[in-house]
Design a protein around this ligand. Sequence first.
Ligand code: CA
Length: 369
Amino acid sequence: MKRREFLKGAGVGALAVGASALSGCNRDEATATTAAARPQETFEWKMVTTWPKNFPGMGTSAEKLATLIGAMSGGRLKVRVFGGGELVPALDVFDTVSQGGAEMGHGAAYYWKSKSDVFPFFSTVPFGMNAEEMNAWLHYGGGLELWKEAYAPYGVIPAAAGNTGVQMAGWFNKEINRLEDLKGLKMRIPGLGGEVLKRAGGTPVNMAGGELFLAMQTGALDALEWVGPYNDLAFGLHKVAKYYYYPGWHEPGTTLEAIINQAAFEQLPADLQSIVISACRVVNQDMLNLYTARNHDALQTLVGKHGVDVRRLPDDVLVRLRSLSEEVVGGLVGNNEFARRVYDSYEGFYDQAVKWHDISERAYFDVRG
Ligand code: CA
C-alpha cells in the first residue's frame, strides 16, 4: 500500500471509531470506509415534530438542531423541519419516522406510551430524576443503551435532544386542597403522571400542545399541564384557567428526544452520523439552559401582568400522589424481563443520584437561602 493511501485509510478508520463510539452502532469498518469516502454526496432529510412550528423552546430547539446539522456538515446534510400537523399529525411522529415517512423526528418518549410501558422511563417518571440526573443516567448510567434497545424493534434510533427541567403541576379552575379534588377531572397529562391521575380518580388525556388552549376554553378539558411559565405563557393558558399549581411532581426533568430512522442513518457516511448525534447532544443541553434562563421572567409576567394565582400543592396531596406513583411505576414491571431491566437500571441510578445530591445540590440549596 502506498503511504498516501495508507494515511487515507487510517483517517477513515479513526472517523468510523469516533462515530460508533457516539452512536453506539455496530457497523463494520468496511462499511464505514465506503461511506466516508463519499464527501461530495449530499442528503436531504425531513424532521417531523410534535410541536407547533417554531414554538418557543421546543419548536425552536428542533430548528436549532436542523440548523446545526446543516452548518456542521457544510450543507451536506440538510434537514427541513415540519411543525405538528404540517406533514403529519403531532402524535404520529414516531410512526412516521419508524415507517420512513420522515428521516427524523423531535418529540418525547412518553407520547408513545401505548406502544410500550417502558417508553416513559426515557422521558420522565413521576417523583423521579431531574434533568441533570436524567442526562447522567442516559449518557453515563446505561440509560441510552436501554432506550436504543426499546426502540430497535421499530427501526428507530433515539437521542436525548432537549430537557425542560422541573415543570409546573398544571392549570386548574378549582382549588386542589385534597387528593379527592382531582376526582372526576378530565386532565391533559401524558405519560406515567396520567396513570397516577387515573388512580386518583381523574381521567388523563394525551393531547398535543397545540390543541390545549381550545380544549380548555371549550370545556373539553377541566385541567391541563403543559410545561412551565416560559411555554405556558406562550400558549396564553392563563386566559383559560385560574390557578397555576406547582411543583411538577409528574415531570421533574423531562427529556425530549430526537428520533432517527435507522435505515436512513445507516446510509449516512460516518462523519455525518457523528454530526447528527453530536448536534443532538448540543441541543439537549442548550434547551435546558434556555428554560432556566426564561422561566422566572415568564412567571413574573403571568403573576404581575395577568394576575395568575400561583399555588403550591398541599403536602398531603403530594405525599399521596407520591405513594400512588410508586404503585404505578412498580406495577409496570410485571413479568416483563426487559421492563425489569429498565426499571432496575433507572431505580438503581436514581438511588445513587439522590444520595450524592443530598450532600451536594440539596445541601447547597439549603444554605444559599
Ligand atoms: Ca408536561
